[in-house]
Write a protein that binds this ligand. Structure first.
Ligand code: C5P
Length: 202
């Protein structure tokens, strides 16, 4: 039986960590849909046309080592505003969502556009300074040279582009449970997410 969990939210809200943890908890498969847009953004930085890159996306493209870099994140958010790029990625995401055994997809438009019928939807958020602090620590731990101010500015620019675009803008689905993780530990946020999903399973 398929059961889809849609988890959306802005950058560094904690949705990736929460998605992985709830997928492990319920034994569901997990797809980080941001990686699809990052892979297309990476191909655009290589000089390819983004629509063509999206249409020809290969699973191996998701393994590129540089997909977490800030310039790839910016490129991802630019290609993500192109309706033809989004359209080329829909079938793959919906097929993943429908797989037997359950699936968790995290992104920006999973509950609103990709899986509007998903029985469980979460919108994970946190203040932008807290998200920038988390992302800054993550990047610093990986040895990426940056500053908190640069990360905050990059994040605000990306949030604005993702929220203001015409095609599938970042916003909570009407029936999404909002999880503000600003003041929560990871364990608390995961426990709340699991409880919200359990409530939609029965
Ligand atoms: O989640 P992540 O930060 O990896 O996403 C990178 C970019 O991909 C986002 O800023 C957003 O523009 C785009 N994206 C999207 N729809 C999704 C997932 C990601 O537009 N479902």
């Amino acid at each position: 039986m398929s059961f889809t969990v849609a988890i959306d939210g802005p950058a560094a809200s904690g949705k990736g960590t929460i998605s992985r943890a709830v997928a492990a908890h319920f034994g569901f498969a997990h797809l980080d849909t941001g990686l699809l847009y990052r892979a297309v953004g990476g191909r655009m930085l290589d000089g390819l046309d983004p629509v063509e890159a999206a249409e020809r996306l290969d699973p191996a493209d998701l393994e590129r080592g540089d997909l977490r870099r800030p310039e790839v994140a910016q490129a991802a958010s630019r290609v993500a505003a192109i309706p033809e790029v989004r359209a080329a990625l829909v079938d793959f995401q919906r097929a993943f969502a429908a797989r037997a055994g359950g699936a968790v997809l995290d992104g920006r438009d999973i509950g609103t556009v990709i899986c509007p019928e998903a029985p469980a939807k979460l919108f994970v958020t946190a203040s932008d300074t807290i998200r920038a602090e988390r992302r800054y620590r993550e990047l610093a731990a990986k040895g990426v040279e940056t500053t908190f101010d640069a990360v905050l500015a990059e994040m605000r620019e990306r949030d604005a582009r993702d929220s203001d675009r015409a095609a599938a803008p970042l916003k909570p689905a009407e029936d999404a449970v909002i999880l503000d993780t600003s003041q929560m530990s990871i364990d608390e946020a995961v426990a709340e997410a699991v409880a919200a999903i359990e409530a939609r399973r029965s």
